[in-house]
Design a protein around this ligand. Structure first.
Ligand code: ADP
Ligand code: MG
Ligand code: MG
Length: 876
């Protein structure tokens, strides 16, 4: 099997095989861009290599050697022996971009002898700079020798020779190289002098880097499969560190923070590789290249345009200028903030570069979530005291306690504290600490530094390059002018403006965003599933409607009984000793509920509104502590002892499996009747006033058809009586049921005879299917996840193999009885994109989720339709 592809043999569609970097290097080569020659070892080779001993020796070695020979011929240079000297980079590159997560080695091929020849051909400080970098990167990537220990040695020699490394004599340079090699000897390793040996070891190390811990964390975080492997790219070196006419840089074809259509980037003169990203020196903005290197700049603009129109998306381009000559080293679709993703998608549609459907796939539901996320309250900002200002690297607003290391961030986070990670610069090792931080601040580095890129990817707010701050990581201290902050102090970070404030600031959440509304209106046009809301307060309901809810999928009536006056009446009702007392309480509750439903129906009007009748067991409404019991006794004019006794009688061993849901509706029919009376009197009144409401009543916890028949019979009677009492022509309404017990799923065909609609309550269904109590799963979930027993919390993302199968069975059975039955999902997973994709597949009509999850769910529904394999041939 062919495992090695020269850059002129591949193209952009071969990402599976060549990795993203390799496929794009090939594509750029065929587009005629100045890409240094090279070849790619396929991901399949990595997978084999990681599985099979001796794979490298038996299957790869020979082909690699041959490819190197070819490269020598192509470039007219020599890797193995003589001048002119060919040096190469060995670059990792998986199918999905994982910036900085895996490893790359530059300047490969130099050794003690070749460096001398190289120095003669070029200049000695440059040649030794390359050699030092090689030994350092090789030591780091292959043997895990910390980069910093090399830096320390260099600094020490610079101090003792009292000059910069650039001014070292050859003998001084060699002293440093010897000291570098000593770091290898300490670990009983040796820096290999044979270029081929260097190459083989480096390739193996890059293969292995697929399995390094930070790459694993990154994959987990971004849902990248673990079995893909990385490709390895071997590429002729060009040198950004060969003098002041040389540079290395990173650019975006549009602004990755705002989406503005303007080239955006940074470069460092006389520098190489990761220098820009590592934030060692603060880079210059790309616009300055125009003055310094007008030709290279014009070329760059030209290539950037070619690349953006080829990929039809914003590109992130890595380039190097070698003595005035521009080379393109990488391109990929650029990571961007949510705001930028939205602006770019809309702009590309406007320019007719992509279709609306493609635009819907360029923005993720997570980004939509970020777009409705908080900003600092403008009022709070007026009074806030500004500490410093850096680069607005990733938008958002957050406050937290200062920590200086990733470990501390994790430690504080585990204690439930909110943290802001403050560092001079971050590196890939910090990833786990960054994940748990509310915000990230660095004192060095630019908009494309590690901190900035990773934070944007995670949607965490970040201020980078805040040079006014002196971050002393050793003494856990920040100084800024004459102010000093230490670990644990609270700061607020505004990633949209780059400002950092002392103390905690209040945040507010923006609701109206016209661009987002436009995109979501396109989403609604595409989506098969609609999105309703779970809401029982007017505030939630209003927010939900603003966020585009198409109705209420679940109004939980019990929440309406918890207000101060209401809970007393509820308790009076539960503890009533005679009918009269019961009736008094019931009438008062009726008034409260009438008021609730009137206002809710008024807002929803023609939109559907499903009201679920009382669900929890009675004792949930009763007090637990002595004092409240005593107060209740006083208000009800009863003895505390008696009340205690009643409470004890209501106690259940397994309340979630106990006297609740429709079971209550059957034993205490008057409660359900009262609720239905409240709903219908409100509806009658509204409809008389010109509204057009159509109430939908949902009965919880049905397991058996006869339960449904029984409850329905009593409710229909009540409704009929009300229509008579108020002398109105009956208007349409529906009575349906929640499907949340496995038995209900298995008998859905029977239940469908009685129900006008179904709504899956995935919380209870998951609880009842797994036998996991939702309230206790926390005790073992993390261990289950760690051991790989559960991939994720089944209450957050539907268990498609188990619970999902029950749902699918129920849908099929229900539609056998009633082909057009309306079926929804109102559990927590209704807002989860992965679950939504599953609901699309099995033909659910709508999902229902809390207000703030609605915008993301609307996009997820559209994406689910567009990605639905049943319609794979939908033209985008
Ligand atoms: P990453 O995947 O972390 O971005 P890369 O493989 O892109 O790693 O390498 C990092 C940097 O090294 C590149 O951005 C580029 O500046 C430099 N580099 C890689 N290959 C070469 C090369 N052949 N010539 C010059 N610089 C290179
Ligand atoms: Mg790169
Ligand atoms: Mg339930």
């Amino acid at each position: 099997m062919k495992q090695i592809y020269r850059f002129n043999e591949g193209n952009a569609d071969m990402k599976d095989l060549l990795g993203g970097k390799g496929a794009n290097l090939a594509e750029m080569t065929s587009l005629g861009l100045p890409v240094p020659a090279g070849f790619t070892i396929a991901t399949t080779a990595c997978v084999q290599f990681l599985k099979q001993e001796n794979y490298f020796e038996q299957n790869l070695k020979k082909d690699i050697l041959e490819a190197i020979h070819q490269l020598e011929n192509e470039t007219g240079k020599s890797f193995l022996t003589n001048e002119p000297i060919l040096l190469v980079s060995v670059r990792s590159g998986a199918k999905f971009s994982m910036p900085g997560m895996m490893d790359t080695i530059l300047n490969l091929g130099l050794n003690d002898i070749k460096v001398k020849a190289f120095a003669k051909l070029t200049d000695s400080s440059f040649a030794y700079d390359c050699y030092r970098r090689l030994i350092q990167m090789f030591g780091d990537v292959v043997y895990g020798i910390a980069k910093e220990s090399f830096d320390k040695i260099l600094a020490k020699y610079e101090a003792s020779f009292s000059k910069n490394a650039t001014d070292f004599s050859i003998i001084e340079q060699e002293r440093v190289i010897e000291a570098y090699k000593d770091l290898y000897y300490i670990q009983q390793k040796e820096f290999p002098q044979d270029p081929i040996e260097q190459l083989f070891i480096a390739i193996k190390a890059v293969f292995h880097s697929w399995e390094n811990p930070r790459a694993k964390v990154y994959r987990q975080l971004h849902d990248i499969p673990f079995n893909l492997g990385t490709a390895v790219n071997i590429q002729t070196m060009v040198f950004g560190n060969s003098g002041e006419e040389s540079a290395t840089g990173v650019a975006f074809t549009r602004n990755p923070a705002t989406g503005e259509k303007k080239l955006f980037g940074e470069f460092l003169r006389n520098a190489q590789g990761e220098d820009v990203v590592a934030g060692i020196r603060t880079p210059q903005p790309l616009s300055e290249l125009k003055k310094l290197q007008p030709n290279a700049y014009t070329d760059f603009i030209h290539y950037a345009e070619i690349l953006e129109s080829r990929y039809r998306d914003m590109q992130n381009i890595e380039f190097t200028i070698d003595k005035g000559q521009l080379f393109i080293l990488q391109t990929r679709n650029g990571k961007r903030t949510a705001q930028a993703a939205l602006s770019i998608a809309l702009a590309l549609v406007e320019d007719k570069v992509i279709t609306k459907k493609e635009a819907l796939l360029q923005v993720t539901p997570t980004m939509v979530e970020q777009l409705i996320h908080p900003v600092f309250d403008p009022k709070a900002l007026e009074e806030a005291s500004l500490l410093a200002e850096g680069l607005p690297a990733s938008p958002g607003a957050a406050s937290g306690q200062i920590v200086f290391t990733a470990e501390k961030a994790k430690e504080f986070h585990e204690k439930g504290r909110k943290v802001v990670l403050v560092r001079q610069e971050t590196s890939p090792e910090d990833i786990e600490g960054m994940v748990v931080s509310e915000a990230i601040v660095t004192s060095r580095g630019g908009m494309t530094s590690h901190a900035a890129v990773v934070a944007r990817g995670m949607g965490t707010c970040c201020v980078a390059g805040c040079e006014a701050l002196t971050v002393n990581e050793e003494n856990l201290m920040i100084t800024c002018d004459n102010q000093v902050l230490t670990e644990g102090d609270i700061i607020s970070v505004d990633g949209s403006t780059g400002r950092i404030y002392q103390s905690k600031l209040q945040t507010v959440t923006p609701i109206s965003n016209q661009k987002l509304q436009l995109l979501l209106s396109w989403a609604d046009e595409q989506a098969d599933l609609s999105v309703r809301t779970n809401a029982e307060t007017l505030q939630d309901l209003t927010a939900a409607i603003d966020f585009g809810a198409s109705g209420i999928g679940l109004a939980r009536t019990e929440h309406m009984f918890f207000g101060e006056n209401r809970i007393l009446e509820m308790r009076r009702l539960i503890l009533a000793e005679d009918d009269q007392e019961f009736e008094v309480a019931l009438q008062r509750l009726l008034h409260f509920q009438q008021d609730d439903f009137y206002h809710m129906l008024e807002i929803t009007n023609e939109k559907p509104m499903i009201v679920r009748l009382l669900d929890p067991p009675m004792h949930e409404f009763l007090p637990k502590d002595e004092q409240t019991i005593a107060e209740l006794a006083a208000s009800l004019n009863k003895s505390p002892t008696k009340i205690n006794k009643q409470i004890n009688q209501l106690h259940e061993t397994n309340p979630m499996l106990g006297h609740r849901g429709c079971r209550l509706g059957i034993t205490e029919a008057r409660i359900y009747q009262m609720q239905v009376e409240a709903i219908f009197t409100s509806a009658i009144q509204l409809n008389q006033n010109g509204y057009n409401v159509k109430p939908e009543i949902m009965i919880p916890l049905i397991a058996e058809e006869k339960e449904l028949i029984e409850v329905k019979r009593s409710l229909l009677q009540t409704i009929e009586d009300l229509f008579k009492k108020y002398d109105v022509t009956p208007f349409p309404f529906e009575i349906g049921t929640m499907i949340e017990l496995p038995r209900a799923c298995m008998t859905a065909d029977q239940l469908a005879k009685e129900a006008d609609f179904f709504s899956f309550g995935t919380n209870d269904l998951t609880q009842m299917t797994y036998g996991f109590s939702r309230d206790d799963i926390g005790k073992f979930l993390s261990i289950y996840k760690e051991k790989g027993i559960l991939p994720e919390d089944p209450f957050q993302s539907l268990d498609q193999t188990g619970v999902g199968q029950l749902i699918q069975t129920a849908v099929t059975k229900a539609r056998q009885t009633k082909s057009d039955m309306k079926i929804g999902v109102c559990g927590e997973v209704g807002g989860d994109p992965q679950s939504i994709a599953f609901f699309q597949q099995i033909g659910i009509d709508y999902v229902s989720c809390s207000a703030y999850r609605i915008p993301a769910a609307r996009l997820a529904c559209a994406q689910a339709t567009l990605n639905d394999c049943r319609f794979a041939k939908v033209t985008l």
